[in-house]
Write a protein that binds this ligand. Structure first.
Ligand code: MG
Length: 291
């Protein structure tokens, strides 16, 4: 009898970032109960990872100012991890106090973007990340590192891929479990993805890379396709395509989760996440935001 070998596991991880990266950009206040409902609807869709809040000074992200009261009320679901963005030690302390067990940190590949967005040069953002990692380690808290403006910066233009590679290597060496190569402006083409990944993968490996794409020019799925070809298996998306970047003029939404799920399905890479449930979550939050 012929024994059929099962194909290699094509599994792809989709990280839902709508409740944090989507909502942070909305100037109109969304109440804690509505945020929770949005997150509950997303949790029901079957994600393994949802970025749910940020512990950031309210001056920078007023929409996230209820993170401390939101967090303890998040729905507990087996196999689902909620993460929070933390910019510094103070944010990390607040996050841990609220019960956060997964965090994300951010730097940018552009010195100017770091100064304008995070009020610190690249070196200083790496110092902050080192301090956060030192707090996370004894708590056993995994830390994801975002590299904003990995392709193009609104101030500096095209970013040299070697700079992204160096940062990715640095973040992983410091202890981040994953690095999200992020196209803050949504300007990347599939060729740009190849160019950046060709520089990053030899130094950082591919297993711990994620792609965080925006759909500004409708090219995000082409970029996902190229990422898949290069071996990337983790992609960020935001329900309803919510969220640009408040500090990146002219940047509209993140790649919409529904679009990504349909694309992955077409590629024969099911995620186990319910597109219908994601639509329900996106419809709900759109009504709240009156989009
Ligand atoms: Mg984003």
């Amino acid at each position: 009898m012929e024994i059929k070998q099962s194909p290699p596991n094509p599994s792809v991880t989709v990280v839902e970032v709508g409740p944090r990266d989507g909502l942070q950009n909305e100037s109109e206040w969304v109440g804690t109960a509505d945020k929770l409902r949005f997150i509950e609807l997303l949790a029901a869709a079957g994600f393994r990872r949802i970025e749910a809040a940020a512990f950031v000074h309210p001056r920078w992200m007023p929409q996230m100012r209820d993170a401390g009261v939101l967090w303890p009320r998040l729905p507990a679901r087996l196999g689902l991890a909620f993460s929070a963005l933390v910019p510094n030690e103070k944010g990390m302390r607040d996050a841990v106090a609220a019960g956060v067990r997964h965090v994300a940190v951010v730097t940018a590949a552009s010195e100017t973007f770091n100064r304008r967005n995070l009020n610190a040069g690249t070196r200083e953002t790496l110092d902050r990340i080192r301090a956060i990692l030192a707090m996370a380690r004894p708590e056993g808290i995994p830390v994801r590192g975002y590299i904003s403006t990995s392709f193009t910066c609104p101030y500096e233009g095209t970013i040299p891929p070697d700079r992204v590679a160096e940062l990715a290597e640095n973040l992983l060496a410091q202890g981040c479990f994953e690095v999200a190569i992020s196209d803050t402006l949504g300007v990347a083409t599939a060729e740009d993805v190849s160019r950046v990944l060709e520089a990053v993968i030899p130094r950082a490996g591919v297993e711990r890379l994620a792609l965080h794409l925006h759909d500004t020019y409708g090219r995000a799925l082409a970029c996902v396709g190229r990422g898949l070809e290069c071996g990337v298996r983790t992609f960020d998306a935001s329900a309803g395509g919510l969220g640009g970047c408040p500090f990146a003029p002219g940047a509209p939404g993140n790649l919409a989760t529904g679009r990504l799920l349909r694309f992955l399905e077409e590629q024969g890479m099911p995620t186990g996440i319910s597109g219908d449930a994601v639509s329900a979550a996106a419809d709900f939050i759109r009504k709240v935001l009156r989009h």
